[in-house]
Design a protein around this ligand. Structure first.
Ligand code: SF4
Length: 172
């Protein structure tokens, strides 16, 4: 898939910053990257939600993943289409809809993994997949109860399939 297409449909990457605007585009490509339905459903709860702050009313239109600051930001827009970026947990939407920080971070990571996969990823061979899974199963950061990585929070069986993903502990 061409990068141009993704920019038009709501993704923008500038140095260390990824910006995501389009839920429709995420849904369209969800199955390619194996993103579970509940992740999309949780994310959709936030898009379009209103926030009143800084003397104005804003709507959430997307989110930004800022690698340089290692954190996530909501992209908000006022009625004149002026955009602001607010640290995702500073405006407390997740409390209103009863979602904890761990789940929110997982949603953002999943969506970023999806976009990376769409931009330059592909499915790895079964052999590579199996080696990655074996490595995880031997690792102290492997959470056996739900097959997630304790460092990144990702589901190992999904993450290990994507060539665009890597181990945060540099084991694969
Ligand atoms: S992704 Fe890396 S750090 Fe996480 S469980 Fe697997 S091997 Fe361990």
């Amino acid at each position: 898939m061409g990068f141009e297409h993704l920019i038009q449909s709501g993704i923008y990457k500038d140095k260390d910053v990824w910006r995501f605007y389009s839920v429709d585009e995420i849904i369209k490509h969800q199955s390619e990257a194996g993103i579970p339905d509940y992740v999309i459903e949780d994310f959709k709860k936030f898009i379009g939600k209103t926030w009143v702050g800084k003397g104005k009313e804003y709507k959430i239109i997307g989110f930004e993943d800022n690698n340089a600051y290692c954190d996530y930001y909501w992209i908000l827009e006022d009625e004149s289409h002026n955009r602001i970026y607010e640290l995702w947990n500073s405006i407390k939407f997740y409390e209103t809809i009863k979602m904890d920080e761990k789940i929110m971070r997982r949603i953002f990571r999943f969506l970023k993994a999806l976009w990376k996969y769409m931009l330059y990823g592909q499915r790895v061979s079964f052999c590579i997949y199996r080696n990655r899974i074996n490595e995880c199963c031997e690792c102290k950061n492997f959470e056996e109860s739900n097959w997630t990585c304790k460092i990144c929070g990702c589901y190992i069986t999904k993450k290990a399939k994507m060539s665009s993903e890597s181990c945060p502990d540099k084991r694969w």
